[in-house]
Every structure is written in structure tokens, then in C-alpha cells.
Design a protein around this ligand. Structure first.
Ligand code: NAD
Length: 303
């Protein structure tokens, strides 16, 4: 089975280096026309350069089609213009990989509010802005594939990355609602938690791990998740050559009779309430109240 992106127009944000560059190169190799977006800043988001242009040159040399875009994902009007330009040139936008990112790691005690705001702005608002800029076009086309770049930090936490973790789990929340709203328009939205040796991780990974986690190994997961037959609402982890899924799950609700609905009653039942068994991954928020009502029915036989 060969997976083609012929006749598809793809935008990859933050594609001037690291993972985004690999996604852009492979999408173009497989026939997509690619908007290579990158403002070309440093790892902490300061400065500008022509990183995107260099990737476009690489794609063109290999016989592919691409344009560079130096806009910041934090500027909604620039995202709208990026989409309008792509539509004018190629007639549509089918794929968006929200990949642009920055780091400003510090313990929460030392983190300045500006560092928190900036990191949330680039990752969460930047992805929301780029997605919003594509949304109407994808609805009109009845075709859209959006990938959010989450992170193990968002899913599971990581010391020194409160700003980044908040933004990254926020992206999963964004994906979960967009996939519901996009379903009837054939818009599929997934989240990816990559692990890769890039400039973002160069001083965090030991040298051997840096080599092992070559970003090319993330490409299969990312491209599958934006392909024609992509699933929707998946959370996938990828790195080195290992691939897995993750879920947001809940256990079965414990129904407390009226007399036990006290702080003490809750405490007495905590072991049961927090038991990691009979887990279920709801497909929408409404399933939470459904599960609670089911627990009530089981105990009271009513509802
Ligand atoms: P990277 O620093 O090489 O890539 C990020 C790119 O985003 C850079 O080229 C940067 O110039 C660009 N960028 C930053 N701010 C931008 C803005 N406002 N507008 C447009 N472009 C902007 O790092 P990477 O490791 O390739 O990271 C890619 C994505 O993967 C990021 O979202 C990152 O958080 C995520 N991620 C990476 C890892 C990893 O192990 N490398 C782990 C989890 C998540």
C-alpha cells in the first residue's frame, strides 16, 4: 500500500528545521504542495531568519512544489493571509500540521508570567489560529486533516515545563473538540507526541539518545495521521522507531448514597474512586455525565 499526497495542499508550521522540516520534505516527496511556514527564530522564540526558504529550496531541488512563509503563528491575520495565499496559488488547503514551537523552561517558582504567556501563545493559540484560518476552507471542501503537536509533557508532566505542559495538553483538548465539530465535514483531527533529537532537545538528550531519536522516525506517524485514511481523535506517541497510542480515560463512577456525600464519605471511598481499573476513553464530554448516570442506575435501579 503506498500513501500518496498528490493533489493535496499542506501547511506545516515551524517547518524550517527539526521535525517540521522532515514532515514538509516527505509530504512534498509524496506529491503534496507544501507551505513551509517558519519565522526562523531561536529556540526561545526570539529573532528571525530565512529557515523556511532553505527548506523550500531543498524541496524544489528534489522536484517538489513548495512556498515559504515567514509569518508567526501568533498573528491571526498572518495565518489568514497564509491560507488565502495558498488557496490563491493552489486552490485549497487540505492538511495542516501545527508544529511550530518554542521552549522557555524554568521551574514554576522561577517562571515569569511573560514566559508562561509566550509559550502558551505560540503552541496553543498559534495552533488554534492556524486551524481557525483553515477551518472554513476545509469545511467548504469537505476535506481536512489537522495534526496538533502535543508532548509527553502535556500528557504526563515534566519538571521545569509548566508553561509548555499547559499548552501541550491544551492542544489535545482543542483537537478533541475540533474532531467532533469537523466530523460531518470529513475533517479529521489528531494529536502527536513526538520524541526527537532536534535543537529543542539537543541539550536535554545525551548524545547517544540524540542520534537514536532521529526526527525522520516520527514522520511515518505524522503523515499517516494527516493521510486520506487517517483516524480521528487519536493521540499517538512516536520516537526512534517506537510508536504507541495514549488516551484520556475514566474509570467507572462510584455512586455514593445521599448520606455518604460528605467530605468524609468521599475520603472513605477514595480507594475505589481512584482505582485504575475498568478504564474507558469517552469519545465526547457528554459521556462523563452518561457514565455517572449509569452508576446511579446500577445502584438505585432508577434514572
Ligand atoms: P525545533 O525548534 O527544531 O522546531 C520548532 C520550529 O518552530 C522552529 O523552526 C521555530 O523557528 C519554529 N517557530 C517557533 N515559533 C514560531 C512562530 N511563532 N511561528 C512560526 N514558526 C515558529 O523543534 P522540534 O523538536 O522540531 O519541535 C517541533 C514540535 O514538536 C514543537 O511543537 C515541539 O514542542 C514538539 N515536540 C518536540 C519534541 C522533541 O522531542 N523534539 C517532543 C515533544 C514535542
Amino acid at each position: 500500500m503506498s500513501i500518496s499526497f498528490k493533489d493535496k495542499v499542506a501547511i506545516v508550521t515551524g517547518a524550517g528545521g527539526g521535525l517540521g522540516r522532515e514532515y514538509a520534505l516527505e509530504l512534498a516527496r509524496r506529491g503534496a504542495r507544501v507551505v513551509v511556514n517558519d519565522l526562523g527564530g531561536s529556540r526561545d522564540g526570539t529573532g528571525h531568519s530565512d529557515m523556511a526558504l532553505q527548506v523550500v529550496e531543498e524541496i524544489e531541488k528534489a522536484g517538489g512544489e513548495a512556498v515559504s512563509n515567514g509569518a508567526s503563528v501568533t498573528e491571526y491575520d498572518q495565518m489568514e493571509k497564509m491560507v488565502a495565499d495558498a488557496k490563491q496559488k493552489w486552490g485549497g488547503v487540505h492538511i495542516l500540521i501545527n508544529n511550530a514551537g518554542v521552549l522557555r523552561d524554568k521551574t514554576f517558582a522561577k517562571m515569569e508570567p511573560e514566559d508562561f504567556e509566550f509559550v502558551v501563545k505560540v503552541h496553543l493559540l498559534g495552533s488554534a489560529y492556524a486551524s481557525k484560518a483553515c477551518w472554513e476552507t476545509m469545511r467548504e471542501q469537505s476535506y481536512g486533516r489537522i495534526l496538533m503537536t502535543a508532548s509527553s509533557t502535556g500528557l504526563f508532566g515534566n519538571f521545569g515545563q509548566a508553561n509548555y505542559g499547559a499548552a501541550k495538553l491544551g492542544l489535545v483538548g482543542l483537537a478533541k473538540t475540533l474532531q467532533l465539530e469537523g466530523a460531518k465535514y470529513n475533517i479529521k483531527v489528531n494529536s502527536l507526541a513526538p520524541v526527537a533529537g532536534t535543537r529543542m532537545t539537543e541539550d536535554l538528550f545525551p548524545e547517544e539518545a540524540f542520534k537514536l531519536f532521529d526526527p525522520v522516525n516520527v514522520v511515518p506517524a505524522a503523515l499517516y495521521l494527516v493521510s486520506e485514511d487517517a483516524p480521528s481523535n487519536a493521540i499517538v506517541g512516536a520516537g526512534a522507531g517506537g510508536y504507541h497510542s495514549a488516551w484520556v480515560e475514566m474509570n467507572e463512577a462510584v455512586w455514593l448514597p445521599e448520606g455518604e456525600r460528605t467530605v468524609e464519605g468521599f475520603a472513605a471511598n477514595w480507594a475505589k474512586i481512584s482505582e485504575e481499573s475498568n478504564l474507558h476513553a469517552p469519545q465526547s464530554g457528554a459521556e462523563q455525565s452518561g457514565a455517572i448516570l449509569q452508576a446511579m442506575q446500577k445502584v438505585t435501579g432508577t434514572g
